[in-house]
Design a protein around this ligand. Structure first.
Ligand code: ATP
Ligand code: MG
Length: 425
């Protein structure tokens, strides 16, 4: 009896070995870069109590209203959610383990996030982010540091033509006054509001300014500006961030309509955008969230962070012909004949002892078919042991990439000769 083939869940992708090479290279590069700024890795569970995200992200947000994978644990009735983003979990972990007790923390994490969205290019239901959070830092230097880190990363990854959009959301008092003025303004034009805007009018009016509905643009353009309510401290903070960016030659554009989709942001917010991924043009987004630690139950602590979408970044890297990662193999070991077969595994282990990456041919077959496998493996060199070689304690080396000469060497000098060959390229 045959069964229908099982498929992955819609919007959740396998990352196959060819593509995974690029992921590994990306992850190594990011890790090296973040560590060069003193950020340390933290790993949180993929599942959290649903209440955490409701409280951190805000009830009237796209994520909490319609994108979360929430379920009841049928074994004990707990309400759980697959994490849609990392900041809430990270802050929860920092509070739970008292990490801010006597020092501020520069942290980063990386992994899958889950949002029930309509799958399309650059938008998936399981996607991956690198998240960066600095907790316990109030000064504008940290906002700027994180933006500089991004700029340096794009360079390292070979990504071109991304631009930086910057805004400030001010502090709680300014937002409150602005919110009241905004509601009063929008209420006057209630009949012009679309469905989303009507629903958000009293719960999250700032989000209405973020609407992409062309019919509402005129209304949005005439709305009261948050900038007009800003207090002096918030303005000075914003100016300081900008002057550091200028000092380092990082170009930016101020976008007063950049508000971010999550409730927890205040002061600096930023997005790195490209026009080359269609509607999914934001590759990295973040900002300051000074109120969140307290909101989740910790002692008040200022904080700033951002997250980048790995799928979108990799799509850009591929487009820009960014550095191609190397093959993970140095040599492929071909062997044939009774003595050779018996000795090949030992030779492979010796080469690994010498630090080389070796695939040992497995499954027999003709010399010709084994050489085909060697070619397809991505290895730079084939090591060939037939009974001839085996009897004389030697091996044949055949370069696979640039058509160099074949040579025969003593097994004791094999590693050193492979190193010579692969360095030449
Ligand atoms: P968008 O406006 O594209 O929905 P967002 O504001 O919801 O993005 P954030 O919550 O700020 O996104 O997440 C940070 C980054 O994660 C985004 O800039 C994007 O690169 C990536 N991202 C967000 N949602 C998805 C998704 N469903 N699939 C792939 N990447 C995503
Ligand atoms: Mg979204």
């Amino acid at each position: 009896m045959s069964h229908p083939a099982l498929q992955s869940v819609k919007g959740m992708n396998d990352i196959l070995p060819d593509e995974a090479q690029l992921w590994l290279w990306f992850e190594d590069t990011v890790r090296g870069l973040l560590e060069s700024y003193g950020y340390r890795n933290i790993r949180m569970p993929l599942v959290e109590p649903t209440g955490l995200f409701k409280r951190a992200i805000g009830e009237v947000t796209d994520i909490v209203e319609k994108e979360m994978y929430s379920f009841e644990d049928s074994l004990n009735g707990d309400h759980l959610t697959l994490r849609p983003e990392g900041t809430a979990s990270c802050v929860r972990a920092v509070i739970q383990h008292n990490l801010l007790y006597n020092s501020a923390q520069r942290l980063y994490y990386s992994g899958p996030m889950f949002r029930h969205e309509r799958p399309q290019k650059g938008r998936y239901r399981q996607f991956h982010q690198v998240g960066v959070e600095a907790l316990g830092y109030a000064d504008p230097e940290i906002d700027a540091e994180q933006i500089l880190m991004c700029a340096r990363l794009w360079k390292k990854l070979g990504i071109r033509e991304v631009s930086l959009q910057l805004n400030t959301l001010g502090d709680a008092a300014a937002r409150k006054t602005h919110r009241e003025k905004l509601i009063a303004y929008l209420e006057q034009y209630a009949d012009l509001l679309d469905e989303d805007a009507t629903r958000r009018l009293h719960a999250n009016p700032l989000r209405i300014l973020d609407s992409k509905n062309p019919a509402m643009q005129e209304l949005i353009n005439g709305a009261p500006k948050l900038m007009d309510e800003m207090n002096e401290d918030a303005l000075l903070h914003f100016e300081a961030v900008q002057s550091i960016l200028k000092q380092h030659g990082v170009a930016y554009e101020i976008n007063p309509r950049l508000v971010r989709g999550l409730d927890y942001y205040n002061r600096t917010v930023f997005e790195w955008v490209t026009t080359r991924l269609g509607a999914q043009g934001t590759i990295c987004a973040g900002g300051r969230y000074d109120g969140l630690v307290e909101q989740i139950g910790g002692k008040p602590a200022a904080a700033c962070g951002f997250a980048m979408g790995i799928e979108r970044l990799l799509a850009l890297m591929v487009e820009d012909g960014a550095v191609q990662p190397e093959s993970p193999l140095d040599a492929y070991l071909v062997h044939q004949g009774e003595i050779a077969d018996g000795m090949a595994g030992m030779v492979a282990e010796q080469l690994r002892d010498a630090g080389l990456r070796i695939a040992l041919h497995c499954g027999g077959g003709s010399f010709k078919s084994q050489m085909k496998k060697a070619d397809g493996s991505g290895a730079k060199v084939a090591v060939i042991i037939g009974d001839d070689e085996a009897q004389s304690g030697q091996a044949t080396l055949k370069p696979l990439r640039d058509g160099g000469e074949q040579s025969r060497v003593a097994q004791a000098e094999l590693a050193q000769n492979i190193y010579k060959l692969i360095r030449k390229e």
